[in-house]
Design a protein around this ligand. Structure first.
Ligand code: FAD
Length: 482
């Protein structure tokens, strides 16, 4: 009853403030492929709650909505384009979801200092198309590039094709404009990340997954498109050789723009199948079924640098029993699937949907992770493992292990099996010295998986105090993160 009354008054308020066409019960921007392919029925994501979707078109409107919600103790949730796998954008109870997709403008482009200021709701691809015309790029390039927003990428510690050299999406943030849960707008950061004049609130806000504030604008470091790029793919009989090869590259002093390991299942289904038929004689000649993994490398810089790094990496691969794919057509098409089209599994049946669990692990543990994943998956008969892709992050010699699984989301037993599978795998990740949640965050699904772990830690209490200070009424994304 109270909810109903709140809903009626909130609807009236929103319609008055942002216009009838920007208030709805459904999201405004939805990736059809995401809906068709990704399951959102596992863990806490399957609970549905009535909620209002508000699509503000400027920062002032975001602030007004938040102030209204704060005054009336109505929960607020933040949504980019909803491509996250972990339900971070889904409401955990009745409330207003602020969809950011209409805040999609580019405000400033500075060639001289090398940055762009944009609204948080702009899609990553749209931003990069704008920059490309000017000879620049923002080096965050996820498989969901067509839809994922800048705000969503920052709030979920996104990684992508160029993360090996440039780190996570958040590493290129110079400053942020944020609306706090009480409706205050503040700006944090400057042109220089090497800045001790204030606390580093950028990482705090980004790692909060929309629980401490709404990112409304970002100043991002951008880079000139390199003079040359050279992509190569090496394939290995054993994933341990691929990991050893990557480690040697890390330690050689070469800094590729991209370095990724994929097991064969992931390579063929997500890297190759969307761009060429697997029955193509050029692929059949490789006899890939005898191999376990590939290492994808992309060097970028001046022509000389690129050719010398490429030759050096070929020698490293030889030493680690790697074979190079010599057919440039295959490498070129694979590069397209990594940079231009959206990464979708081409091997799924209509009944099955995909889910991905993405922990971060030390690079040297990738072979062990691969084994554990296969062993645990064998325990469960209703789910199908669908390959792992490892984005390698140079600075930390770590990788995010994107472990993909298919399941029939109409079958409750399949869902139960998948949840048990993730819990089992999460325990192994901790044992390996990794962390359960990297890209994608905790969302609604990993809160329970990580809760036991977190509550015993001293930082948890401190985080709760911080949350209380910024969000005294607890209206921002309740039930998440904390
Ligand atoms: C096929 C496919 C491929 C993918 N590939 C990758 C990949 O390569 N790399 C990668 O990193 N991810 C990948 N993802 C996951 C997903 O696309 C990313 O997590 C993406 O960054 C989410 O952006 P979004 O705009 O859809 O955010 P949403 O899913 O809407 O939200 C994600 C989280 O961010 C919060 N949030 C959104 N906007 C804001 C804001 N302005 N302020 C504060 N909080 C906010 C939400 O509350 C939520 O917690 C992939 C997903 C799919 C479906």
């Amino acid at each position: 009853m109270v909810e109903n009354t709140k809903s009626i008054s909130a609807t009236k308020f929103l319609r008055r403030k942002i216009g009838k066409s920007n208030v709805s019960e459904r999201p405004f921007v939805v990736s059809e492929s995401c809906l068709a392919e990704v399951t959102k029925k596992v863990f806490g994501m399957r609970e549905t709650h009535s909620h209002l979707m508000a699509r503000p078109t400027n920062i002032g409107q975001v602030r007004e909505i938040v102030r209204y919600a704060n005054r009336n103790a109505i929960p607020i949730f933040v949504r980019g384009s909803g491509t996250g796998y972990f339900g971070g954008e889904l409401p955990t109870r009745f409330g207003i979801t602020i969809e950011m997709t209409a805040l999609d403008k580019i405000r400033v482009f500075s060639r001289e200092i090398g940055y762009v200021v944009c609204d948080a709701g702009i899609a990553v691809n749209a931003l990069n198309q704008y920059l490309r015309k000017r000879g620049y790029y923002w080096p965050h390039n996820p498989g969901s590039r067509k839809w994922a927003t800048v705000g969503g990428s920052l709030a979920s510690l996104g990684v992508g094709t160029f993360s090996t050299r440039y780190g996570y999406a958040t590493d290129s943030v110079l400053s942020l404009k944020v609306v706090t849960p009480t409706g205050v707008i503040f700006e944090t950061g400057s042109n220089m990340p090497h800045d001790m004049s204030s606390l580093n609130l950028i990482q705090l806000i980004c790692s909060s997954e929309g629980t401490l504030g709404i990112i409304v604008e970002a100043k991002l470091k951008i880079f000139p498109i390199p003079e040359a790029r050279k992509a190569s793919i090496f394939y290995f009989k054993h994933i341990s050789d691929a990991a050893a090869c990557a480690s040697e590259i890390f330690r050689s002093g070469i800094c590729p723009e991209s370095l990724e390991i994929e097991d064969l299942s992931r390579f063929t289904s997500e890297g190759l199948a969307p761009v060429m038929p697997l029955k193509d004689p050029r692929i059949e000649r490789l006899q890939l079924d005898r191999y376990q993994a590939i290492l994808f490398v992309n060097n970028a810089g001046s022509r000389n640098q690129v050719s010398s790094a490429t030759a050096q990496i070929e020698r490293i691969s030889d030493r680690n029993n790697g074979k190079k794919i010599l057919d440039e057509k295959i490498t070129d098409l694979y590069w397209r699937s990594k940079t231009e089209i959206s990464s979708w599994a081409a091997d799924k049946t209509p009944k099955n949907k995909v889910h991905t669990f993405v922990p971060a692990i030390p690079l040297c543990k990738a072979p062990e992770f691969e084994k554990r994943y296969a062993k645990i998956a064998r325990k469960y008969r209703r789910i199908t493992p669908a390959g792992i892709g490892y984005f390698l992050i140079f600075r930390n010699e770590e990788c995010t292990a994107s472990a993909r699984t298919m399941l029939d989301e109409t079958d409750p037993l399949s869902i139960r099996e998948y949840e048990n599978f993730v819990n089992d795998l999460a325990r192994e990740v901790v044992r390996m010295g990794g962390t359960i949640a990297s890209t994608f965050g905790l969302g609604t699904i990993l809160v329970d998986v990580t809760k036991k772990n977190a509550e015993s830690k001293s930082w948890y209490e401190l985080s709760l105090k911080l949350k209380k200070t910024l969000d005294p009424k607890g209206i921002m994304s309740p039930g998440k993160k904390f």
